[in-house]
Design a protein around this ligand. Structure first.
Ligand SMILES: [Zn+2]
Length: 423
C-alpha cells in the first residue's frame, strides 16, 4: 500500500464536501442552511437529531453526540467504517484526486451501493412532565452556566432582574452538571430541554456537543420514541402569553436571549426568544407569533444576515417581522470577531464601557438633541446616550420618515440641479 503524502492529504481534505460525502450513505433533505437525515452513528429511527452543516464542513448528532468532518464520518459510521487511509482513498476517488496507489481496485469497492432511505413517518410530538421542569430548575445553583451568569458585571438595575429572568425562563440543571434550556410552548407544554455544558468562563465546552433531555437515561425509557419525536419550539415561548404587548426579539442562542433579557430591561417591553441555532429554526415555530399578530425583530449574528433573510422570505409578507441589524452595525468593533452576536457585544460593553461609540444613535439622537420635546412623544424613558439602545417601533418610524425625507430632498436637489446647472 503506497503512502499518501501530506500535500495530497490536505488536497483531499480541502476537496471533500461534507453534504456530498454523507449524502453518499445517508439520504439527506435540506432544512434551511443545513441537511437532515437519519444518524449514521447510532441506530436512529427519526429525523431531527442528525444534521449536516455545509458551511462548517461538519455533521453532528444531538442524540448520540458524535460528529465531525467528512473523514470522521467515514471512519465512524456504524456500517462499514473505514480506516484513515481508506477514508482518504475514498475521498480521493470521489473527487478525482490522483494518488499514486497500486491498491486501486480495492478502494474502488469502498463505494456505497445506495444511501439508506429516510423513512417519513408522522410522529406525535413529545411532551414532558412539568415535574421534570421543576426538578431541573431546583438544581440550577451548582451549574457553571448559572454561576457565570450571576457573576457578570450587571449594573444595579440589571442585577435585580437576574434571578427573575433565570426563573421565568426555567433555566435549570441536569444531574451531570449541564445547563437545561427548556423549550416550553406558548400553551405551557414542555417539549424538551437542550443540555449544554459550559465552562467557568461562560464559553461552551469544546469537546461536548449539546444533547436533548428526552434522550437522557431516566427520561427516554418513559417515551415511545418510535411513535413520538421532539418538535422544536422557541426557548422562552411560554412567556408570550405573560407578555402580550412585548416586542418579540428572536436570537439564535439561549445564552444571548438571557443576557439580553436582563440587560435590555423589562420583559413587558422586549421579550427575547431563542431558536437554539439557525438550523433548528422552522417556520412552524413562528405560528403563534403570527396568530397573535406580534411585532417581531430577528437579530442575526454579524455573519448571519443572509440566512435570516432567507427565513424572512419564507414568512408571510404582511407579517410584522423585520430583521434588526442596527445594534450590531452601530456597536460592532473588530475585536468582537466576524461572528459576534448582540450578546457578545453587550458583554464587551459591560466590561469595557469605554469601547462604546461616542456618537450615540446617529439620526434619532440628533433629532432628539435638537428638539427634546419629540422624545416625549416617542419614548419618555429613552436616553440618547445609553449604550444598550434599541429603537421602539415609534422611533423606528420617526427614523424611517427622516430617512425618506432626506432622500426626497436629495432627489429634489438633483432635479433642481438638472434644471439649473451650476455656472
Ligand atoms: Zn446519532
Amino acid at each position: 500500500m503506497a503512502h499518501i503524502d501530506k500535500i495530497t492529504e490536505e488536497k483531499i481534505k480541502d476537496a471533500a464536501r461534507i453534504e456530498e460525502v454523507v449524502g453518499d450513505f445517508v439520504q439527506l433533505r435540506k432544512r434551511g442552511v443545513e441537511y437532515q437525515g437519519l444518524c449514521p452513528f447510532h441506530d436512529d429511527h427519526s429525523i431531527g437529531s442528525f444534521s449536516v452543516n455545509p458551511s462548517k464542513g461538519i455533521c453532528m448528532c444531538f442524540s448520540c453526540g458524535k460528529g465531525g468532518d467528512a473523514l470522521y464520518f467515514l471512519m465512524n459510521k456504524r456500517e462499514n467504517p473505514l480506516s484513515y487511509p481508506d477514508a482518504l482513498r475514498y475521498l480521493a476517488d470521489k473527487y478525482h484526486i490522483y494518488i499514486d496507489d497500486n491498491d486501486h481496485e480495492r478502494w474502488k469497492n469502498l463505494r456505497p451501493v445506495n444511501p439508506t432511505p429516510i423513512r417519513f413517518t408522522q410522529k406525535e410530538p413529545i411532551y414532558l412532565s412539568r415535574d421534570i421542569v421543576r426538578e431541573t430548575t431546583r438544581s440550577k445553583d451548582d451549574i457553571n452556566f448559572v454561576q457565570w451568569f450571576r457573576s457578570l458585571e450587571w449594573d444595579s438595575q440589571q442585577r435585580e432582574r437576574v434571578e427573575s429572568v433565570l426563573w421565568q425562563y426555567c433555566v435549570g440543571g441536569w444531574r451531570d452538571g449541564r445547563v437545561t434550556f427548556w423549550q416550553i410552548d406558548e400553551t405551557g407544554r414542555p417539549h424538551s430541554a437542550k443540555l449544554m455544558r459550559y465552562q467557568d468562563n461562560g464559553k461552551r465546552s469544546r469537546t461536548e456537543n449539546p444533547g436533548w433531555l428526552h434522550y437522557q437515561e431516566g427520561i427516554r425509557e418513559r417515551l415511545d420514541l418510535e411513535k413520538c419525536a421532539h418538535q422544536s419550539c422557541f426557548f422562552g415561548a411560554h412567556l408570550l402569553k405573560k407578555y402580550p404587548n412585548a416586542i418579540v426579539n428572536i436570537v439564535e442562542s439561549e445564552k444571548t436571549a438571557l443576557i439580553m433579557a436582563v440587560s435590555k430591561g423589562s420583559l413587558e417591553d422586549n421579550l427575547w426568544l431563542a431558536c437554539g441555532g439557525l438550523q433548528h429554526f422552522k417556520i412552524d415555530m413562528m405560528k403563534p407569533l403570527f396568530e397573535q399578530k406580534r411585532t417581531v425583530y430577528l437579530w442575526p449574528d454579524r455573519d448571519g444576515m443572509n440566512d435570516w433573510l432567507d427565513k424572512r422570505k419564507q414568512m408571510p409578507k404582511d407579517a410584522d417581522v423585520r430583521i434588526y441589524t442596527r445594534f450590531i452595525e452601530h456597536y460592532w468593533i473588530e475585536d468582537d470577531g466576524p461572528k459576534a452576536d448582540v450578546a457578545d457585544i453587550t458583554l464587551r460593553l459591560m466590561d469595557h464601557p469605554e469601547t462604546a461609540p461616542k456618537q450615540s444613535p446617529e439620526l434619532v439622537g440628533k433629532i432628539i438633541a435638537k428638539n427634546p420635546e419629540i422624545n416625549k412623544l416617542v419614548d419618555p424613558d429613552w436616553n440618547a446616550n445609553e449604550p444598550f439602545y434599541m429603537l421602539t417601533p415609534l422611533q423606528q418610524r420617526l427614523h424611517d420618515a427622516v430617512e425618506r425625507n432626506k432622500k426626497l430632498k436629495k432627489q429634489q436637489k438633483d432635479i433642481d440641479n438638472d434644471r439649473e446647472p451650476k455656472e
